[in-house]
Design a protein. Structure first.
Length: 461
């Protein structure tokens, strides 16, 4: 049995849904158990819903135009998918859904406010529309289908006041909801519920997380992410024209690449399937003949030391220097606690063994907030001249060379930095974990394209 996740970049139009039907038909013919489908909003629908909610919250009637545009788009898809005699029933169901959406947004317009809970409700209409289109089309093609808006994914508040998945309760509920009955089960992706029964969104690309949780709960044989990309690329093809689809990755390599901006996968989506040791395939709905990328525990042996290269930009770097930091316990802890209190996420850390300086890297939009919080926390040390300097640098990028074959292989760092040196690319900071599967370095953002091409040629050319 397999779980199939169809992301927003894959579901675009009539052709996409017809191709989805072909994928499902093949899965049904090959497997002994009907698949579970997790569908997201149509491409661009989520953004349109968010904009409609924002307009309504401003008191503008522009949200009605947004809804009308959605209605026309959906009607066009219906006309392309269904024969005239089958269209009326589908149109009726979707008209009811869109009327409900209009009523909700009218309420938002009246009170001039769209709370996070209301926004999640508004955004859920995107996946619910997709569920109706997909389920009705598969039904007309002879499949037995049923929709599950709520498979049982539960979110609880953690000690920091943030919602997170309760895995065991969710797994039990998913098994009870989806593990029974016949036919193809279709789930609205990215939706979950709190203990109070309030609907909430998992994340912007939550369909894959929903599917991964479902795959783990049902002990699926395969979890397939159907996207608008060929698979996981060896580098960003916008910067590296010769980038290629990586045939196989280990879970660890895929996790590292997702942390560093591999746009077709999200690290959180990998965790449930990875813990259940379920193979993951990232495939392109526009090219179903392509095998895409397989992510598993035991990828076939690769000849290259590096599996792929990824980058994050724009980032900023703060370098904290001072002779008074040498040998003083707790300085690093105070820096990290201060940034955490300012809601600044640290992406990378580098510190020399002399303890004279420590640098931290974070998203550029957090730079001013981070600097203000650090100056306030470390004011006594600055007055006492224990810390001499705060050096903030913006418009930077982090590049990461990732691969499990780097572990224990001499000369990788030398080859990497020699190639960058020959290309006259200056490195501002370096970090490498003891696992040796990731070498990260900070450079000027303007040098990012050339750096990516240089490293790709050196190791994967």
């Amino acid at each position: 049995m397999r779980v199939l996740s169809f992301g927003e970049q894959a579901l675009k139009d009539v052709h996409s849904i017809k191709t989805l039907h072909q994928v499902v038909r093949q899965a049904v013919s090959e497997d002994t158990v009907a698949p579970v489908l997790v569908v997201s909003s149509l491409q661009g629908m989520r953004e349109a819903l968010a904009e409609a909610a924002a307009q309504a919250a401003e008191g503008s009637g522009g949200y009605l135009e947004r809804i009308e545009a959605m209605r026309e788009r959906v009607l066009e898809i219906i006309r392309g998918l269904f024969s005239p005699r089958n269209q009326s029933g589908v149109i009726t169901g979707l008209q009811i859904l869109l009327n409900d959406l209009e009523d909700i947004l009218h309420g938002v317009q009246l009170i001039r406010e769209c709370s996070p809970r209301t926004l999640d409700l508004v955004l859920s209409f995107g996946t619910r529309i997709s569920c109706i289109l997909v389920s009705r089309y598969l039904d007309t093609e002879g499949f037995t289908v049923r929709i599950e808006d709520n498979p049982g994914i539960l979110l609880r508040l953690n000690q920091h006041g943030m919602l997170q998945v309760d895995y065991q309760v969710s797994y039990d509920a998913i098994l009870s909801t989806l593990g029974q009955g016949e036919g193809i089960r279709i789930v609205a992706g990215g939706l979950a519920y709190t203990e109070q029964g309030a609907l909430t969104a998992l994340q912007p690309d939550g369909s894959d997380l929903s599917a991964s949780l479902i795959a783990a709960a049902l002990a699926a044989d395969t979890f397939e992410m159907w996207t608008g990309m060929e698979g996981v690329m060896s580098a960003d093809p916008h910067y590296v024209p010769e980038a290629f689809v990586i045939p196989e990755l280990s879970y660890q390599e895929a996790m590292e690449l997702s942390y560093f901006g591999a746009r077709m996968i999200h690290s959180q989506s990998l965790v449930p399937a990875m813990e259940a040791v379920i193979p993951i395939r990232v495939r392109n709905l526009e090219r179903v003949e392509s095998p895409g990328t397989r992510i598993c525990a035991d990828p076939r042996h690769k000849q290259t030391a590096i599996a792929g290269i990824a980058s994050i930009e724009p980032v900023a770097l703060v370098n904290i220097e001072g002779g008074g930091m040498v040998g003083v316990p707790g300085i690093a802890a105070r820096i990290f606690a201060t940034l955490a209190g300012a809601a600044v996420n640290i992406i990378m850390i580098s510190q020399a063994s002399s303890e004279h300086s420590i640098c931290v890297v974070f998203r550029q939009q957090e730079a001013e907030r981070a600097l203000e919080a650090l100056r306030k926390e470390l004011a006594p040390e600055i007055r006492a001249k224990q810390i001499q300097n705060f050096d903030l640098r913006k418009d930077l990028a982090i590049l990461a060379a990732i691969g499990e074959n780097m572990r224990g292989t001499p000369g990788i760092s030398g080859k990497l930095f020699s190639a960058l040196g020959r290309a006259k690319i200056n490195i501002l900071a370096i970090a490498q974990g003891s696992s040796e599967t990731n070498i990260s370095f900070v450079i000027e953002k303007a040098a990012e394209p050339e750096a990516l091409r240089t490293v790709h040629r050196a190791f994967l050319g």
